[in-house]
Design a binder for this molecule. Structure first.
Ligand code: HAM
Length: 443
């Protein structure tokens, strides 16, 4: 029965000590995208299987090997989303958002599911933050989305990130490139893995994406797509780069990027973090897609977007020592002795909470000593001890756990105001201390 107390392989619990970091990450990314005009959309966790096979591509690893697909009780084939682009495209079409003022910009924080071999930043259930922009064909949109990707890393304090960009061309120039790839890989038919031989017949671009080390070596010598771009695609890619340069956004042209999903046309990119020891981690990826909306039954509309892996972002931030906001800790713990004091403590804690304080009182019937130990353990900033004397006098002592300073507080309707004043006075005294250490004068 041990499996009942361990999470399924490739999944991960996020414990209360970690959730503040996640909340910060998700909020910061949504807010940063908000500054660029992206508004959050929420989509279902599962979709009709066909949505993914038609959009992500039925020759991709994601569709062929990694989808969590099952037949539901109504005999429909459904799939837990392996990514967000397809579901978001379905949603904007279904709700007519592409009929509104264009460009339409949406952002999302979602869980994704891929049956991959877990390890080194790869999970079977993982989290993505992503954005999608619809309706703009100009290179300005590509640059804007790339600028947002870069800004996300800046805001989080991750400076060692480079945008690696490439162009996959349009269906026209891709036709010639695919022929060149076929000519090249046909020379190596005897050495390629069996999956790649199949890929060669169905979609030779996918061979460039193979994870086998032998095939990777062969792929390294393959022709570059950049030599096959038509004039329009070359000009589009040139302008994207010119805009990035003008905005001082660092990037590197990386002709080997093909991406693992089929819907891309023209600009594609990955956001790569390099650790001090040289280890590279792909924290995100995206690109432009021309045919997706049409494939799903909409009018021809181009989209461009990206998604970042939140597990990878977070582990990189922790490894790099990035700042996170301090965790919220208990403002006031009200300890009590005896039943009447316990009820009063509950009443006062409730009053404080209704005024926005983080307040706790005893729920375990413990001794005052044990309650104080607990208050210390949870990092309470102030404590109040209530006993018969305090109830009789209608007054108690508020003690700072930081420096032991005490002050009397009336247990009446002005209770929360008095606490507020004390907390502010102490905060100011602490600030003065810091200012003095730094040689600053606050007055
Ligand atoms: P993707 O490159 O498949 O693109 O995934 C984006 C990011 O999700 C990856 O760069 C990585 O950080 C993270 N990721 C992917 N698989 C895993 C995994 N098994 N475990 C942990 N993290 C993972 C997409 O999903 C596209 N929908 C992006 C896009 C949006 N393109 C246009 N718009």
């Amino acid at each position: 029965m041990a499996y009942l107390t361990s999470a399924p392989r490739g999944t991960k619990d996020i414990l209360p000590v970690e959730t503040p970091k996640w909340q910060y990450l998700e909020k910061t990314l949504l807010e940063t995208a908000g500054l660029f005009g992206f508004r959050e959309i929420r989509i279902p966790t599962f979709e009709h299987t066909e949505l993914f096979s038609r959009s992500v591509g039925d020759t991709t690893d994601v569709v062929q090997k990694e989808m969590y697909t099952f037949t539901d009780k109504g005999d429909r084939s459904v799939t837990l989303r392996p990514e967000g682009t397809a579901g978001v495209a379905r949603a904007v079409l279904e709700h007519g958002l592409l009929g509104d003022a264009l460009p339409q910009k949406v952002s999302y924080n979602i869980t994704c599911f891929r049956y991959e071999k877990p390890g080194s930043g790869r999970y079977r259930e993982f989290h993505q933050f992503g954005v999608e922009l619809y309706g703009a064909t100009s290179p300005a949109a590509d640059s804007e989305v790339l600028a947002l990707a870069y800004e996300c890393f800046q805001v989080l304090g991750l400076s060692n990130v480079v945008l690696e960009i490439n162009s996959l061309g349009c269906p026209e120039c891709r036709k010639q490139y695919v022929q060149a790839l076929l000519n090249y890989f046909n020379q190596y038919r005897g050495q390629l893995c069996s999956t790649c031989l199949e890929r060669l017949d169905r979609n030779p671009l996918r061979v460039l994406d193979c994870k086998s080390p032998e095939d990777k070596k062969i792929a390294a010598g393959a022709p570059s797509i950049l030599d096959y771009l038509c004039d329009d695609c070359r000009e589009h890619f040139r302008e994207v780069q010119a805009r990035l340069t003008a905005a001082e956004i660092p990037f590197r042209v990386e002709p080997t990027i093909v991406r693992g999903l089929d819907y891309y046309t023209r600009t594609v990119f990955e956001m790569v973090h390099t650790a001090p020891d040289g280890e590279r981690l792909v924290c995100g990826g995206g690109g432009r897609y021309g045919g997706l909306i049409e494939e799903l039954g909409g009018n021809p509309t181009e989209g461009i977007g990206f998604a970042m892996g939140l597990e990878r972002l977070l582990s990189t931030m922790i490894a790099e020592g990035c700042d996170f906001p301090p965790e919220q800790t208990c403002d006031v713990y009200i300890a009590s002795m005896g039943e009447a004091a316990g009820v009063k403590a509950f009443q006062l804690a409730n009053l404080l909470r209704s005024e926005g304080f983080f307040a706790q009182c005893d729920l375990m019937g413990r001794s005052v000593k044990a309650q104080m130990k607990y208050a210390n353990k949870i990092g309470a900033k102030y404590v109040i001890v209530l006993g018969e004397d305090e109830l009789a006098k209608g007054e108690a002592v508020l003690k700072s756990m930081h420096n032991g300073a005490t002050v009397s507080i009336r247990l009446d309707s002005g209770f929360s105001d008095a606490i507020y004043e004390e907390i502010m006075a102490h905060a100011y005294a602490d600030l003065e201390e810091v200012a003095e250490d730094l040689g600053l004068n606050l007055h």
